[in-house]
Each structure stands twice: as structure tokens, then as C-alpha cells.
Ligand binder design. Structure first.
Ligand code: SF4
Ligand code: SF4
Ligand code: FES
Length: 252
């Protein structure tokens, strides 16, 4: 059954408009252009929401928090992966136009929503699951915030799993097998977390086939991460750690 049309309300603004070219459909879809008001402090997610509300009720896209916390609103904007709720239109509009597509490197499901299953599966494949060394009944384990390992873990811990780095990574595009920057950044935080019971297992998984040695270290992931994490540095740390580990294992 066709989706019921949303009530059509006049948009409360008639200033300059922008043209938003939006991907519609799945892999075999096409761009459809919508004209929407250009407002002060408008974000790309505001544009998508406006289109869904006033022009195209069936438009599929994801968002939750609107404040850069949940990581669900990432899309390709004018060819670059971005978090749309914190991307202001005035920063990206070109000649009155913006182009909005689903993230690269993940199969499109419909319109602006893509299938992130492989992204999260790879996160687990790289050893990203935390296993505690204590139960809730044990006293809290003191962790020195100034220790080298804790500072390494803290540098990557705020990842919101938006998938922007994964969409920006050319090695992910070329190699299905590569687990990608977000999964390896997560692994780096865990191998440096003394509360994690399986640091050895995480290191082994992150350095296995399709792991950190596939990274070409060109840094696209770091350039695009919206919250300033450097997966490139985390991956370099994993490479260094695995080499030291190998040398230690070979030492008589
Ligand atoms: S530095 Fe590595 S993970 Fe980051 S974009 Fe380049 S190849 Fe991908
Ligand atoms: S490392 Fe940055 S870009 Fe990659 S998933 Fe985490 S927050 Fe997003
Ligand atoms: S909607 Fe939550 S990060 Fe954008």
C-alpha cells in the first residue's frame, strides 16, 4: 500500500531557496531535486527532514539525537561523508545546490539509508567486544588516567560509530575483507584497556587477515572523522604493538 501523504503545510519562510539533489531508491536509483527554503543555521539534516515533511513523506533516512551523539545521521554530502546533524548548509552549499546520497562502502537499502551490518560485524571481527575482568560485585578497579595505556585508550574511546571513516576509506572500497578504521580504532582502545580481559585475543584479531596490516596509512579516515579521532594513529599503534609482540615471542 502506498504510504499515506503527510499533511501539506506551508513552509514558514519564503527567502532564498536551495536545490537539494537527493538519492532516491536503492543501488539502481536516481537523483531527485527538491527546492527548500534556505534558513539561517540550517543543517543538512534539517534539509532532509524538511523534504520528508513537506515534499516526500516516504523518504528513508536515519537520525536520532540531532546533536552529534548517536552517530546515525551520516550521509554523503557533495561527495564527502559527513554527520548531517552538525553540518551547516552554508558550509557545504555550492551555487545554491547540495547533493545528498547514502554513505559509500555500504549497500544502499533505500534512499539515504544504507545497510550497516558489515560495518558492525567487522567491529566484532576485529575483537571489539569488551570482556570485563571483574563482576558488578567486585570493587571498582582503579585506573591511572595519566598512564600511557589509558591515554592511548582515551584518544579513541569517544567514537560514535557513525561510519564516516569507513565510508571515506579507499581500502574498504577495494577490499571487502578489510575490517576498516572504526573497528581497528575500537580494537586499539581495548588492547590498551587494562579492564579488558581478552587483550591478547583482541590484538590477534585486529592483526589477522584483513586487519591493521591492510591499512595504507593515507589518513582519509582521520581527515573525515567528525569528532577528531585519528583511526590512522590507532592503526599505527596496533601495527607497532603487533611487531613488538612478534619480536617478544621470538626472543629466546
Ligand atoms: S588510513 Fe587506513 S583506515 Fe584510514 S582511510 Fe587510509 S587505509 Fe583506510
Ligand atoms: S572513528 Fe570517527 S568517523 Fe569513524 S566511526 Fe568513530 S566517530 Fe565516526
Ligand atoms: S542525529 Fe545523532 S549524530 Fe546526528
Amino acid at each position: 500500500m502506498a504510504p499515506e501523504a503527510a499533511p501539506r503545510t506551508e513552509t514558514p519562510h519564503d527567502e532564498a531557496t536551495i536545490r537539494a539533489r537527493v538519492w532516491r531508491g536503492d543501488r539502481r536509483g536516481r537523483f531527485v531535486t527538491y527546492e527548500v527554503p534556505h534558513r539561517e543555521n540550517q543543517t543538512v539534516l534539517d534539509v532532509v527532514s524538511e523534504i520528508q515533511r513537506y515534499h516526500e513523506p516516504a523518504l528513508a533516512y536515519r537520525f536520532a539525537c540531532r546533536v552529534g551523539v548517536c552517530g546515525s545521521c551520516a550521509m554523503t554530502v557533495n561527495g564527502r561523508p559527513r554527520w548531517t546533524c552538525r553540518t551547516h548548509v552554508k558550509r557545504v552549499v555550492e551555487n545554491g545546490e547540495i547533493t545528498i546520497e547514502p554513505l559509500r562502502n555500504m549497500p544502499p537499502i533505500k534512499d539515504l539509508a544504507c545497510d550497516m551490518s558489515a560495518f558492525f560485524d567487522k567491529w566484532h571481527r576485529a575483537g571489539g567486544r569488551f570482556e570485563g575482568t571483574a563482576t558488578r560485585h567486585d570493587p571498582p578497579i582503579p585506573v591511572d588516567p595519566a598512564s600511557k595505556t589509558r591515554r592511548h585508550a582515551d584518544a579513541g574511546i569517544e567514537c560514535i560509530n557513525c561510519g564516516v571513516c569507513y565510508a571515506a576509506c579507499d581500502v574498504v572500497s577495494w577490499t571487502d575483507d578489510y575490517v576498516g578504521p572504526a573497528a581497528l580504532n575500537r580494537a586499539w582502545t581495548l588492547v590498551n584497556d587494562e579492564r579488558h580481559a581478552d587483550r591478547r585475543g583482541t590484538l590477534d584479531k585486529a592483526t589477522a587477515q584483513g586487519g591493521c596490516s591492510s591499512c595504507h596509512a593515507q589518513g582519509n579516515c582521520t581527515t573525515h572523522c567528525p569528532i577528531g579521532i585519528s583511526p590512522t594513529r590507532s592503526i599505527a599503534g596496533l601495527k607497532r604493538m603487533s611487531l613488538l609482540d612478534l619480536l617478544n615471542r621470538r626472543a629466546p
